[in-house]
Design a protein around this ligand. Structure first.
Ligand code: ATP
Ligand code: MG
Length: 311
């Protein structure tokens, strides 16, 4: 998929490139994120997601290409760009020597928010993220989920137009993850533009209007997650656990029916464009252990980026 430069949008990257000494981390990508959109950068470890996010929030300089935020160039107007942006970094960087509320107040100082206002906002966001009762706790007394909620609260303290979330729910339990999803949806309803990275494909499917799947610094595909899955994977997946000679027989059958399939160890994944009854009957009649499920973003992710580990 070739993604052409497009100048509309609140966040526009054109041939955006990031090179570290001997690594080309982001390799000339183009994207245009609309106001109030929730846009997800997905990709295996090392794909270049964080490098892209760091250029967006002016932490890391652009090597070449351009990056405009609300029409401002991140390289020349970093201060103004930062003032309309909230950031939740991949690595938790709360100040361990301060309490929960102090972390918010001190952070607010970077934006010249008066103390009284900072405290008021801090308390509001602690309430919003169900942390009010932890206001005077030290950071080490918080659980992983609490720290992550506090990081997002901190990212909101300057009432940003754009919120950058680099893996906001990694390592959290399902309860904390769902709570954060609900808050992200709420923020989106309030008009905030959200840029997100995640390794949870369900998270991306649930939250993102569009995703870009990256690998080795490039965007491989971009679009509405459900539409991408339907176009590029299909409607259904049959997952068959094979024993003995079943694998050979099934792959022979799939070739003769012209279905696309993938073999992973003893499991064969068969992709069907339209919930094929004939295929369903064939599998149900011959195989004992199989799963018939809707195609998902994870299928597309693995199809595009492969199954090999990256680091
Ligand atoms: N400060 C740095 N100096 C040198 N190389 C770096 C630096 N930061 C990242 N890289 C390299 O750039 C590439 C992209 O890294 P990046 O952190 O952007 O990936 P990512 O998609 O965020 O991965 P993950 O899913 O693991 O967070 C990797 O090869 C990484 O080793
Ligand atoms: Mg990263």
């Amino acid at each position: 998929m070739t993604i052409e430069p497009n100048s509309n949008g609140i966040l526009v990257g054109t041939n955006l490139t990031k090179r570290y000494t001997d690594t080309l981390a982001v390799d000339g990508i183009n994207f245009s994120i609309s106001q109030n959109e929730c846009y997800g950068f997905l990709g295996p470890n090392g794909a270049g997601k964080t490098s892209t996010m760091k250029m967006i929030h002016c932490l890391s300089p652009v090597t070449s290409g351009t990056l405009l935020v609300a029409g401002m160039d991140v390289m020349t107007e970093a201060r103004r760009v930062k003032s309309i942006m909230g950031v939740v970094p991949q690595e938790q960087n709360l100040d361990p020597d301060l309490t929960v509320i102090e972390n918010l107040i001190v952070y607010a100082r970077y934006f010249n928010i008066p103390l009284r206002e900072a405290r008021k906002r801090g308390e509001e966001y602690l309430d919003f993220f169900q942390l009010a009762n932890k206001s005077n706790s030290k950071i080490r007394e918080l659980s992983g989920g609490m720290k992550q909620r506090l990081l997002i609260a901190r990212g909101l303290i300057n009432k940003p137009d754009i919120l950058i979330l680099d893996e906001p729910t990694t390592g959290l339990d399902p309860q904390a993850r769902h709570m954060i999803w609900q808050k992200i949806r709420h923020l989106k309803k309030e008009g905030i533009t959200i840029v997100l990275t995640t390794h949870y494909m369900e998270e991306a499917s649930q939250l993102c209007d569009r995703v870009a799947i990256m690998d080795r610094g490039k965007i491989l595909v971009e679009g509405d997650p459900a539409k991408l899955v339907e176009e590029r994977v299909g409607k259904d997946v049959f997952q068959v656990w094979c024993e003995g000679g079943e694998k050979e027989e099934l792959t022979r059958d799939m070739k003769s029916f012209d279905f696309s399939y993938e073999q992973v160890g003893d499991i064969i994944y068969i992709f069907s464009k339209n919930g094929d009854e004939e295929l369903k009957n064939l599998i149900a009649g011959k195989y004992i252990k199989f799963l018939h499920r809707p195609a998902a973003l994870e299928d597309l992710f693995l199809k595009l980026t492969g199954r090999r580990l990256r680091d």
